[in-house]
Ligand binder design. Structure first.
Ligand code: MG
Length: 493
């Protein structure tokens, strides 16, 4: 590849940032999976130091990147490299390091306080920390700058170019639409809300064999991919040929571990599918959090909760989990697709999930704009929950205190979960309203699905903004109508 000499210079300089970020990812992987508790303080010091080095090295590229940006006729790849670097430099230039380290400090303490508050179901214990966090996030939004709504500044960090206007458009269709489908499904009574397998206990080694079998069904590579265990499952791309996921084992209700494994594998397939020519560049990741989530949710839900997949995975389950033998395939299908209104987001089924997200979106927007005070959040949460679900959380642990996100300073992240679902719907539609999924999974070969996703989405990495990518490959932006059609087809036919 001949390549633009200025971009070559940019990438040469970027290699230091890449190497430091690589080290950070290894350190954080180790911290989440293997590090003894005693290592925490030193790891915190080391990552803080390296993060500062990443920041400095990135900002030092400013002049060069701006010069490259002025080049005419850059290829799409090179344009993407410049765009992504400009965004990072922009962030580091606008947000002062004191603000970043301030957030770091508060969120470390806040996460501990949140855990305790949730355990005691007492919002007051968390409130002062959340007040500080919201204050700092408001400052961050001001420093970054925005049009119309401060929340736009934070949304853009997770979903480039996505605005409150876009989110309002998506949710104002998605929420009434899925609410209607949900009521119909609940009154039809075809999809049960409970199943005895929810309380069935499993032995971890047996479930490990199931999960390894699932990785084989998904044809996850053995030399460039691995799976470990952590409390909160996640995926990390250490390098182009070193992608890792974790799963969790709770000893009961095996759906949780099985679908965590499939979900994270979906993220990993995206990371592994990025084009060869993007390796070691700043665009060797996904287009956005929303697009990344569409991949995990596609595998978890559109593929993994289909009747065809139940059939495909049944022998593996029966072989390793003796208690499954009592149940037929249709019974298993319903266990994997229970529909019920629940208080907890992470337990939510496909149909109720977006309602949980709409609630958080609404609250985050209001609190960031200063329309409500942090002290008013429990009440606002419960009232909004009531209007969406028709029921009221019995306590704060099952209400405003349930998610870890705010304690870590993540505001503006939640909407990307629903965007992932929306894009899942668009993919499902493009696959012939799910025909390709039924055929591939029915034939027991998932390669076709993987190749399709690689061609349309994975290979581009972050070459394009999420909106550009969708326009290019799907001919439209985030359109929730296909997701609603997917729900209708799945749950009402
Ligand atoms: Mg995910």
């Amino acid at each position: 590849m001949p390549g633009n000499p200025l971009i070559k210079e940019v990438l040469d300089k970027y290699s230091a940032v890449w190497a430091l970020s690589h080290a950070m990812r290894v350190m954080s992987w180790d911290m989440e999976t293997r590090m003894p508790e005693g290592g925490a303080a030193a790891r915190g010091m080391a990552t803080g130091e390296v993060a500062g080095m990443v920041q400095k090295a990135t900002v030092s590229m400013k002049e060069l990147v701006l010069k490259a940006d002025k080049q005419k006729d850059l290829s799409d790849r090179d344009r993407g490299i410049v765009r992504v670097l400009r965004r990072r430099i922009d962030y580091y230039t606008k947000v002062p390091p004191e603000l970043v380290s301030g957030l770091e400090r508060v969120t470390t303490e806040a996460t501990v306080a949140w855990r305790n508050a949730r355990k005691k179901s007492d919002f007051k214990l968390f409130q002062p920390y959340l007040e500080k966090i919201v204050g700092l996030k408001q400052q961050e939004a001001e420093k970054l700058g925005y049009r119309r709504h401060p929340y736009n500044a934070l949304l853009d960090l997770h979903e480039e170019g996505f605005t409150v206007g876009d989110a309002d458009r998506v949710f104002s269709r998605l929420i009434p639409g899925s609410g209607k489908i949900l009521e119909k499904v609940l009154s039809a009574g075809v999809y049960p809300s409970r199943h005895p397998l929810e309380s069935a206990k499993y032995e971890t080694p047996a479930m490990e064999r199931v999960n390894q079998g699932i990785l084989r069904l998904l044809k996850m590579p053995t030399t460039t991919f691995m799976m470990d265990v952590s409390t909160h499952p996640f995926t990390t791309k250490i390098a182009p040929d070193d992608v890792r996921i974790t799963t969790r084992y709770e000893g009961v209700d095996f759906r949780a571990t099985m679908y965590s494994t499939i979900h994270e594998s979906g993220h990993a397939l995206y990371d592994l599918g990025v084009g060869e020519d993007l390796r070691y560049t700043p665009i060797d990741w996904g287009a956005s959090y929303g697009i990344h989530e569409s991949q995990s949710r596609f595998w978890e839900n559109a593929m993994g909760r289909s009747r065809e997949f139940v059939k495909l995975v049944s022998p593996l389950l029966r072989k390793n989990l003796s208690f499954v033998s009592k149940y037929g395939q249709e019974d298993l299908y319903h266990y994997f697709n229970l529909v019920r209104k629940s208080f907890i987001r992470v337990d939510a089924d496909e149909l109720t999930y977006n309602l949980h997200i709409a609630l958080r979106y609404d609250i985050e927007k209001k609190v960031l704009a200063g329309d409500v005070k942090v002290s008013e959040l429990p009440e606002l949460w419960n009232d909004t929950f009531k209007s969406l679900f028709g029921i009221k959380p019995p306590d704060d642990a099952r209400g405003v205190l349930q998610d870890i996100h705010w304690s870590g300073g993540s505001i503006g992240y939640f909407p990307t979960y629903s965007l992932g679902n929306v894009v899942l719907g668009m993919i499902w539609h493009k696959m012939g309203d799910g025909r390709m999924i039924r055929e591939s999974v029915g034939a027991g070969d998932l390669t076709q699905l993987r190749e399709w996703l690689r061609r349309k989405i994975h290979r581009w990495g972050s070459t394009y903004t999420p909106a550009e990518l969708l326009q290019r490959e799907f001919g439209e932006g985030y359109n929730p109508d296909w997701l609603l059609k997917y729900y209708e087809t799945k749950f009402l036919r």
